[in-house]
Design a protein around this ligand. Structure first.
Ligand code: SAM
Length: 220
């Protein structure tokens, strides 16, 4: 069997730190969460490769660096997310990004539209003892109004625009990061300044699966 602990250390050093990610809490989480437990047997040996991998239902677990870059984008420590914060992820997929968030934030909710993936992710959280990560099945473009407001929201699939439901479920001062676009996708960061105002920043070009839902790509 491969030495997954060593592969995980190498992944953090070569793919994450070398590309400029420095936050200690994020690096510690990436050194801890066993990515090999979030993929199927057929691709386990590639779990620490520098790329996305198939997870079933035509979906993927994102490249480790992209997970790290998006989480760094929502901010950690010093005004960013920490142990007292509530975070929402839309597009839970395997549950890997939600598990990383769960090592940093106090409470994580993650929504997945495919029942089979949501079920597997929920089972993984139970088996790994990640009790502060709550996996829900449904259309994440509508957010989770009953659990809002969120200090941060991560959207792990690409939509035509930032869903208004998610903007309104951000706490004042909260940040949302998601890929936005069609053929060309870019990371978009929204910061809620007050009840009615949001600051928008654009980041790097990315490639994500589509965000499908009432406030995403409806019915594609
Ligand atoms: N973060 C995931 C991980 O760590 O494995 C990878 C996410 S994958 C790139 C994107 C996921 O978003 C897919 O599993 C897809 O089914 C899901 N998705 C797409 N539209 C969605 C929606 N409206 N609500 C919830 N999940 C959605």
């Amino acid at each position: 069997m491969p030495d997954y602990r060593q592969l995980r250390e190498q992944m953090v050093a070569k793919q994450i730190v070398r590309r400029g990610i420095t936050d200690p809490a994020l690096l510690a989480a990436m050194r801890t969460v066993p990515r090999e437990r979030f993929v199927g047997e057929a691709v386990k040996a590639q779990a620490y490769d520098d790329r996305p991998l198939p997870i079933g239902a035509g979906q993927t677990i994102s490249q480790p660096y992209i997970v790290a870059a998006m989480i760094e984008g929502i901010g950690i420590g010093n005004g960013g997310i920490g142990a007292g914060d509530r975070v929402l992820e839309v597009g839970a997929g395997s549950g890997y990004a939600a598990a990383i968030l769960g090592r940093i934030a106090g409470q994580v909710f993650a929504i997945e539209r495919h029942a089979s993936l949501a079920g597997q992710a929920r089972r993984r959280m139970r088996e790994l003892g990640y009790a502060n990560v709550d996996i829900r099945e449904g259309d994440g473009t509508l957010g989770l109004a009953g659990e809002a407001p969120f200090d941060a929201i991560l959207v792990s699939a690409c939509g035509p625009d930032v869903p208004s439901a998610l903007k309104t479920q951000l706490a004042v001062g909260g940040r949302l990061v998601m890929p936005v676009g069609g053929e060309v996708q870019r990371l978009c960061r929204i910061t809620r300044l007050d009840d009615d105002h949001y600051e928008v920043d654009w980041g790097e070009a990315v490639t994500f699966v589509p965000l499908i839902g009432k406030q995403g790509w409806l019915g594609i």
